[in-house]
Design a protein around this ligand. Structure first.
Ligand SMILES: [Mg+2]
Length: 103
């Protein structure tokens, strides 16, 4: 599904439930971070080298989708084109100096 279709799907889902009135930037930002925390919860107390079970991967897929949904709602509300924003940020990152990581 392309980005425009994704935005339309999410808008329709939200509007059919009358939830647009709750989608202010503060509550969207809170929801985005709560969903991102649910991603972390999957890894909490797991050894870092332990592969995910099929059940954990499915759960992770769902929580990443929840997180992306709130990112898209925020971008849409602010008129941000995610592809363009990513392109500009990668360009910026290519021009900056990064600290050396030595592990
Ligand atoms: Mg969730």
């Amino acid at each position: 599904m392309n980005y425009k279709d994704t935005v339309n799907l999410l808008r329709n889902f939200r509007d059919q439930r009358g939830w647009a009135k709750y989608h202010n930037l503060k509550d969207l930002a809170i929801s985005l971070n709560l969903e991102a925390s649910e991603v972390l919860e999957i890894f909490q107390w797991q050894p870092s080298d332990q592969p995910l079970t099929d059940e954990q991967k499915q759960h992770l897929t769902e929580e990443l989708a929840d997180t992306m949904i709130y990112l898209i709602y925020m971008c849409n509300k602010l008129g941000i084109d995610p592809g363009q924003a990513i392109k500009e940020k990668v360009h910026f990152n290519q021009t900056r100096t990064w600290p050396k990581i030595d592990r």
